[in-house]
Design a protein around this ligand. Structure first.
Ligand SMILES: [Zn+2]
Ligand SMILES: [Zn+2]
Ligand SMILES: [Zn+2]
Length: 312
């Protein structure tokens, strides 16, 4: 397992998923703490509120990670940093698997809406606004924060969850490259819109967030162009990737990790013609997974090969 970003450290490990926190998260916590107004009677409540926000974001990311596992993908890391959480998920390259892995995050917030709302209602029925004003204010804050997180994440701006859900839905209809292309264009337009909103509202934080989203959407667009180019390349009959079912590429599309020479890994049975290095498995340039040569053969003849992992 690789360390995710520089500057993040392990917080804990549960169910095979390691949770990392980036140092800047603490800086952000401190800034928030300093900026906090007079809503609470003591600083302890500010800390409790921030830790609860942390917990909600974490639950959201676990939603992604566990759903990804359920459909046979891998998910080993969650990183929390000031712009939110990132669950490093790698679902199998099928639109349904992606849709579920992405939707499960906001679904956690959706489930929390009635839970947090009910607590507010109970609190005000019990008269906590008068007897425990801090507690009641906290309950309202948490309900609002959760709802805001849900709404923000569901904006159809790639790579926000809403944008990725849009992409997965389009994937069913138009295939992966075009779905990513459309979603990332919508993402760039939406991201620029958010930047303008942030400028108009004078919100630096939202501006940084929006700029980051726009940048990521632009990367999504170039990734889509690459996927499209690969989709148009010649195929070798009788071989297909066991993971993504795409036909094996025919040509010098593999680069030898040892000497850097491009070669056709399938034609040479995994042996580099320049340095004679031998590789046991063939990498699929389309989904980034490696499989032994016989698995590629089997996948082409048996339509159900490689379709393991529909949950455990
Ligand atoms: Zn999410
Ligand atoms: Zn593949
Ligand atoms: Zn080589």
């Amino acid at each position: 397992m690789t360390q995710p970003e520089a500057g993040s450290f392990t917080l804990f490990r549960v169910a095979g998923i390691t949770v990392f926190v980036h140092w800047s998260w603490f800086l952000m916590a401190y800034v928030q703490f300093k900026l906090q107004g007079e809503e609470y009677s003591g600083p302890a409540w500010v800390v409790i509120e921030y830790i609860t926000l942390f917990g909600i974001v974490l639950l959201h990311e676990f939603g992604h990670a566990l759903a990804c596992r359920q459909v046979g993908g891998s998910a080993e890391q969650i990183v929390l940093w000031p712009l939110g959480g990132i669950a490093y998920v790698d679902p199998p390259p099928r639109p349904g698997a992606w849709l579920w892995s992405i939707a499960a995050g906001p679904l956690v917030n959706l489930v929390l809406v009635p839970v947090t709302g009910l607590l507010v209602v109970l609190g005000s029925a019990a008269g906590w606004k008068e007897t425990f004003p801090d507690l009641q204010y906290y309950l309202v804050s948490i309900a609002v924060i959760n709802l805001m997180l849900l709404i923000f994440n569901m904006l159809p701006i790639y790579p926000l969850d809403g944008g990725q859900i849009l992409q997965s839905l389009l994937w069913f209809a138009v295939g992966r490259p075009l779905s990513l292309k459309i979603a990332s264009i919508v993402g760039v337009v939406g991201g620029v819109g958010l930047i303008l909103l942030a400028l108009a509202g004078g919100s630096i934080w939202m501006g940084i967030m929006a700029a980051f989203l726009t940048y990521r959407a632009a990367i999504g667009f170039s990734h889509a162009k690459m996927l499209q180019q690969i989709a148009e390349m010649p195929r070798r009959p009788g071989l297909s990737c066991p993971a993504c079912r795409e036909g094996a590429l025919q040509g010098d599309f593999w680069r030898c990790p040892q000497c850097g020479q491009p070669f056709d890994m399938i034609a040479t049975q995994g042996q580099c013609p320049q340095c004679s290095a031998q590789f046991d498995s063939i990498l699929c340039p389309q989904c980034g997974r490696s499989h032994p040569a016989d698995a590629w053969q089997q996948a082409a003849t048996d339509p159900y090969a490689g379709r393991s992992g529909t949950g455990a």
